[in-house]
Ligand binder design. Structure first.
Ligand code: PMP
Length: 340
């Protein structure tokens, strides 16, 4: 029998999907880890589960307790669903710029949502800092206590990828892997998976794919944290070295323009049936760059982070795309005339 005991056992063990066009274009085997197939439809289910399990193991999270987090959405969705399955409530602080679909999903998963203006990390009203203060306050007033998930600096996050994502990729490729590429939100995925893979074979190249508006491309190429431009991507784009990124084994960094990432997302949907969010486009663009750098015959793995319906009102909305000067996929506006 193959039975998972509840939602938490359905997290992870996602398939590796060969991306046809990216592979053909480069002469490499480019594989996407289908994290959108997790129960919460994103890679962040893994981190959410590990953060909750760690807090329970430390005795910090008590039955009926509250999990508080600042999130672009996906971690919150993971925390809310895992919380429901294990008996914890969730309070989620989200920048108001994030997609309506993620906010709707959080509400329907039972999270209490606090929307705040999107301001820089240095500002005390930044969503991460608001969530930290809120957790402290709720820890005093909630009958069963409250914890701050703190995904950026809580390394239970990357531990999820050290113990699950990395080993899964190693086993699925039977060690036949030459490179791994990912974008960074907290850095948990890139650092944790990178560490697990390097530990098994130190020659595997670990690459960062950074959007514009983030400071890490500059950091890993020049040593200086410096942001330039902006991006419509959500869930990625970091301006500092989080605890999860500390000591991350990053060999090479690429900076990917939105137009390139968005076109890849549209092509993957139109030609391969893969419906993905924009960070997956940044990742696949990074994988194509690493493939070109390594040359034909190599195997590169990246992350297909979350499901595209989460961005229907933005990434797949012609009005939004035109406003941002981005390409509009033809099929979104296709129609037929009914015969008279
Ligand atoms: N893509 C999306 C859509 C995300 O929500 C996140 C997490 N914020 C990431 C990528 C990056 O994952 P990590 O936090 O592990 O760096």
């Amino acid at each position: 029998m193959d039975i998972r005991n509840g939602l938490v056992e359905a997290i992870g063990n996602t398939p590796l999907i060969k991306l046809k066009r990216a592979s053909e274009m480069t002469g490499c085997t480019i594989l996407g880890k289908a994290e959108f197939l997790n129960p919460g439809q994103s890679v962040k289910d893994r981190a959410a589960l590990y953060i909750i399990k760690d807090a329970v193991a430390r005795g910090a999270l008590k039955p009926g307790g509250v999990v508080v987090e600042g999130t672009a959405g996906n971690t919150g969705i993971g925390l809310a669903l895992v919380g429901n399955a294990l008996g914890y409530r969730s309070v989620i602080v989200i920048p108001e710029t994030q997609s309506q679909e993620k906010k709707d999903m959080l509400r329907l998963a039972g999270a209490t949502l606090v929307e705040v203006p999107a301001v820089a990390y240095a500002n005390p009203n930044n969503y991460v800092k608001v969530s930290g203060r809120l957790a402290e306050a709720l820890a005093r007033t909630e009958p069963n206590g409250a914890i701050w998930a703190n995904q950026f600096d809580n390394i239970a996050n990357r531990q999820a990828h050290i113990e699950t994502t990395g080993p899964e990729i190693w086993e699925q490729t039977e060690g036949e892997i030459d490179g791994f590429v990912a974008a960074v939100g907290t850095g948990g995925t890139l650092a944790g998976t990178g560490m697990a893979l390097k530990q098994r074979n130190s020659r595997i190249r670990i690459a960062l794919a950074d959007p514009f508006g983030a400071a890490l491309y500059s950091y890993y190429t020049t040593g200086e944290l410096k942001a330039e431009g902006s991006s419509i991507t959500e869930g990625i784009g970091q301006g500092r070295i989080t605890a999860n990124l500390d000591d991350a084994p990053i060999d090479v960094a690429y900076r990917i323009p939105d137009a390139e990432a968005v076109q890849i997302v549209f092509d993957l949907l139109e030609h391969e049936g893969l419906c993905l969010g924009s960070s997956s486009g940044i990742n696949v663009a990074g994988a194509i760059r690493l493939a070109r750098e390594l040359g034909p015959g190599h195997t590169i793995v990246t992350i297909l982070c979350d499901y595209g319906t989460r961005y229907q009102s933005k990434l797949f909305n012609p009005v939004f795309l035109r406003e941002k000067g981005l390409p509009v996929p033809g099929w979104l506006e296709r129609s037929v005339d009914l015969p008279s």
